[in-house]
Design a binder for this molecule. Structure first.
Ligand SMILES: O=P(O)(O)OC[C@H]1O[C@H](O)[C@H](O)[C@@H](O)[C@@H]1O
Length: 427
């Protein structure tokens, strides 16, 4: 099968009118010739294929040191400085055990005294390292978390503390950079031309992912494969452009909310990552599809009602995985008290496939247009491929709305209000 197979409940061919193809061609040229809106932030576009060996070796060396020196890695960051690593690690990690021996925990992605206090208590008795990540180096939530973690590390490790703190931030500016320089922390750079939500293949994502024991080379190779495959103006063969074109068509027809649905609980943070990617990239100037997500079959027992019968402005995109890593089959019980013997022999993945078919046709009958994206399996290579696929599709999609996909001016408004309320100097 293809790396990403896209289907649409109507016809993709019908969406790809001559006019739409011409528009996609123009967008493709703007993107690859760096002439479109926000083109200063296209560093991610050829990043996977141009990553140099020296950089990968540096990340792997740091990862090996982390694994050698720590039982727990605390990754501090929010938004694009958090969700990429979280998405990949959640997708790859086993549900109940630490595959690699290193526990990766996150902080600074919210503000909770209870969480932070319990986290610090959790670290006691374990060997700890910290990777604090912030492109701007001044985001409040991770800064608060790092103030506590830095203090904890200094009290616990004394002079050795700086050797246990790694900073990932801008090369030239920000409070975090100053802290790193003053304290001599090891540093990784967030490239100036890569925005947070497009940064998973930079050190932002790669350091925590490598530290957890996963192959960043496979991850990046999957992304490089996507980079090569979807740099293609034959739009009949380009599912990234097709996905963008179909969502745009649905948006124009009044379907203003996209619900991403999966049957794999371990993809829930891919959904969160995808929501930031599309929400922050497209939601501007009074435009944009609202990205929402559900996890099936769980949410068929809650949100399923709304999807089936609620306001008809939704379309649904299933993210499906062809082959689960592990499976169980329902066995024949001597006593059929639970009345499940009719399913004996059926694997749980097969059950989910049936649930997908039943759900899909019910929601279609309910007036919900549908797309599906199927990937062969979940591993580093396929995750890398999928995330790059989404980033490129998102750029196409925002350009179809004539929106700059790479800025987020709206998020400053709430921050300014909070700073004013807190009497932050300068506000
Ligand atoms: O990496 P940072 O500069 O700390 O930014 C973290 C996040 O916060 C911001 O408010 C933006 O809305 C996000 O796009 C960004 O990913």
């Amino acid at each position: 099968m293809n790396m990403v197979e896209l289907t649409f409940s109507e016809s993709i061919g019908a969406v790809l009118t001559l006019e739409k193809r011409a528009r996609l061609k123009q967008i493709h040229e703007d993107l690859y010739n760096k002439k479109g809106k926000g083109s200063d932030f296209l560093g991610w576009l050829d990043w996977p294929s141009t990553l140099d060996e020296e950089f990968l070796k540096k990340v792997e060396k740091t990862a090996a040191q982390i694994r050698d020196k720590a039982d727990v890695l605390v990754v501090i960051g929010i938004g694009g400085s958090y969700l990429g690593a979280k998405a990949v690690l959640s997708a790859l990690a086993p549900y109940f055990s630490k595959e690699s021996g290193l526990e990766v925990v996150f902080a600074g992605h919210q503000v909770s005294g209870e969480y932070l206090k319990q986290l610090l208590a959790h670290l006691d008795g374990k060997r700890v390292m910290v990777n604090v990540i912030s492109k701007s180096g001044k985001t409040t939530e991770p800064a608060i978390a790092f103030r506590f973690l830095k203090d904890y590390m200094e009290k616990r490790y004394g002079k050795e503390a700086p050797e246990r703190i790694i900073v990932t931030t801008d090369a030239e500016k920000g409070a975090l950079l100053t802290l790193a320089e003053e304290n001599g922390y090891e540093r990784f750079v967030v490239p100036a031309d890569v925005g947070g939500r497009y940064s998973v293949f930079t050190a932002v994502g790669l350091v925590p992912i490598a530290a957890a024991g996963y192959s960043i080379r496979d991850l990046v190779a999957g992304a490089a494969n996507a980079e090569e495959l979807y740099n293609n103006t034959d739009f009949d063969e380009n599912p990234a452009a097709q996905y963008a074109a179909v969502r745009h068509q649905l948006y124009v027809e009044g379907y203003t909310t996209e619900v991403m649905a999966t049957f794999e609980p371990k993809l829930s943070f891919v959904q969160e990552w995808w929501k930031q990617l599309f929400g922050e990239s497209e939601g501007k100037e009074g435009k944009g599809i609202f990205p929402a997500s559900v996890s099936f079959t769980t949410d068929l027992h809650s949100m399923g009602q709304y999807i089936q019968d609620g306001k008809r402005n939704l379309f649904e995109t299933f993210l499906l995985v062809q082959k689960a890593k592990e499976d169980l089959s329902i066995f024949e019980a001597d006593n059929d008290g639970d009345e499940l013997n009719y399913m004996a022999g059926l694997s749980l993945q097969e059950f989910n496939h049936v649930a997908y078919k039943g759900t899909s046709s019910a929601h279609l009958d309910g007036g919900v247009p549908q797309l599906s994206l199927t990937i062969p399996k979940i591993d580093e290579y396929h995750m890398g491929h999928l995330l790059y696929f989404y980033m490129l599709a998102c750029a196409y999609s925002a350009y179809l709305l004539d929106i700059n996909p790479f800025d987020q001016p709206g998020v400053e408004d709430y921050k300014n209000n909070v700073f004013k309320l807190l009497n932050k100097p300068g506000f």
